[in-house]
Design a protein around this ligand. Structure first.
Ligand SMILES: Cc1cc2nc3c(=O)[nH]c(=O)nc-3n(C[C@H](O)[C@H](O)[C@H](O)COP(=O)(O)OP(=O)(O)OC[C@H]3O[C@@H](n4cnc5c(N)ncnc54)[C@H](O)[C@@H]3O)c2cc1C
Length: 467
């Protein structure tokens, strides 16, 4: 059995693992590092579909350009010139309410002016200024209703359908919005907290608001990012495909990482894996420090890609989301060729409709033909559409981790684990968020910690809510 020594071994060649390796390599090129990936291609959940003139995504469609760490990563990948953006200020989004697509203005005050909810509901939002924080671990739905009233629930539902494919009656507010919860405790009100935070930012930066961020992808789709990072790492001999890690052992030499092909001995070990896969490896290796839960739930979605000719009347914008109360088949749809031109053949539109999620896993078992028929029927009630000239179904392998009951205990356990084993780092899909920017921020924090050999503190951040 072969045994190789490295300063740093990273398990997982998805965006998290590739980001840790790239950040460390940039800051400390002398660190001997290796990324182990079980698949034969990089990127994990990020995979781009490119066929018959249509460019679509199996996984993420993009990320907001308001994250410094992600911008740095794009530079490290040498992809600044391939970036394509869709500014939130220009591309509106729609929510399906009462069986109609209704445009959601991106500015909160403009939302209040629109006839999207009754006046009583709009006034009820202001009760946030006097409401005491709910104790314990409320769900998103309980928290939104307590602070802002029940008329806001369909909008919260749409936000968490669009991000987590989740269920607001199960997702925990402390897990998905820790920064907002902190504002609530500190200022006694979210509105007051956000207003104060804006004033402080304005004073610090000496400028007004910078405007809304932009949704960002690349001209060849999202897969360009992991592919470019991976090509660079492979050139430096830092990436090994087809290596599935099967076990870990901690001994006096450091961490031993076991695979069928042999073993790696390393000083620092990063598990850049979705929560459940990381938990399985750690629980087997360190039985004296068992995690509070063996696994967290995951939500699966699939995309039905539909191509239409110019007869289709698709409203301009990013797309729409449908809250559960609307009882629709489709969770929502992206108007992809509006967002990123060039994603459909000349004279055609591409719509990517999302199905399944935490509440409707049974729909994932339908055949492609059934899915296409149901989605066309559903979208046809909301928009004037001819029969599609192109249709296919993408079924992603990755599920989206759901931050529900017990998740806060899991984060606390991760801290205890790290205190006991400062050379073991857990990051990746579902640890401190689920989005690309969350992954890259965590990767940058882990890389910094490894490079400085210190233990950097974790902070909570107030994330913007964009439909
Ligand atoms: C359908 C879908 C849509 C999404 N949409 C968006 C979006 O629009 N915007 C956004 O910001 N985010 C979105 N996300 C989330 C985003 O894709 C993730 O945040 C990100 O890709 C997670 O990267 P990761 O490297 O942490 O995990 P992964 O991508 O899961 O990578 C983990 C890697 O580890 C490898 N691996 C696992 N076990 C082992 C082992 N034992 N040994 C070796 N290798 C192993 C896997 O093969 C994989 O390559 C979406 C996710 C999904 C699934």
């Amino acid at each position: 059995m072969k045994s190789l020594q490295y300063d740093l071994c990273i398990v997982g060649g998805g965006l998290s693992g590739l980001s840790v390796a790239s950040f460390v390599g940039h800051q400390r090129p002398e660190v001997r590092r290796l990324v182990l990936e079980q698949a034969t291609t990089p990127g994990g959940a990020i995979t781009t579909y490119n066929e018959s003139g249509y460019l679509a995504e199996w996984g993420p469609h993009g990320f907001l350009d308001n994250c410094a760490e992600s911008r740095r990563l794009v530079e490290l990948a040498g992809l600044q010139h391939a970036v394509t953006t869709a500014p939130l200020g220009r591309f509106v989004r729609y929510v399906c309410l009462n069986g109609r697509l209704q445009c959601i203005p991106q500015k909160p005050l403009r939302i209040l002016r629109e006839p999207l909810m009754p006046w009583k509901g709009k006034l009820r939002i202001l009760a946030d200024l006097w409401k005491k924080p709910l104790p314990g671990e409320p769900t998103v739905a309980q928290w939104v209703e307590h602070r802002f009233g029940k008329d806001l629930l369909p909008f919260a539902d749409a936000v968490y359908t669009g991000t987590y494919a989740g269920d607001i009656d199960r997702l925990k507010i402390d897990a998905v919005m820790p920064g907002v919860r902190e504002l609530e405790h500190k200022h006694g009100s979210v509105i007051r907290g956000v207003w104060q935070a804006r004033r402080e930012a304005k004073r610090r930066e000496g400028t007004g608001r910078k405007g809304l961020p932009a949704m960002t992808s690349f001209n060849g789709g999202m897969a360009m990012l992991p592919q470019h990072l991976a090509a660079d790492l492979s050139e430096q001999g830092c990436l090994a495909f087809g290596n599935q890690v099967q076990g870990l052992v901690r001994d006096e030499q450091g961490w031993r990482v076991l695979m069928e092909q042999g073993e790696i001995i390393c000083r620092h070990l990063v598990l850049a894996l979705p929560v459940n896969q990381g938990l399985a490896l750690v629980a087997a290796a360190l039985p004296s420090l068992p995690p509070p839960l063996p696994a967290i739930p995951e939500a699966r979605i699939l995309s039905v890609l539909l191509g239409f000719d110019t007869r289709a009347c698709i409203p301009f914008g990013f797309g729409y989301l449908a809250p559960e109360q609307e009882a629709r088949f489709t969770l929502g749809a992206l108007f992809s060729s509006h967002m990123f031109p060039g994603r459909a053949p000349e004279g055609h539109h591409l719509v990517e409709a999302l199905v399944g999620g935490r509440r409707h896993p049974e729909r994932l078992d339908l055949s492609d033909d059934q899915l296409i028929t149901e989605v066309c029927r559903d979208l046809g009630q909301l928009m004037d559409l001819p029969p599609p000239s192109f249709a296919t179904v993408l079924r992603p392998r990755s599920g989206i981790p759901q931050l529900e009951a017990g998740y806060s205990n899991l984060l606390a356990w991760r801290q205890q684990l790290h205190a006991a084993h400062p050379d073991l780092h857990l990051c990746g899909f579902g640890w401190k968020g689920i989005g690309i920017n969350d992954m890259v921020k965590e990767a940058a924090r882990v890389a910094e910690e490894i490079c400085t050999h210190g233990v950097a503190g974790e902070s909570t951040e107030v994330k913007g809510v964009y439909f």
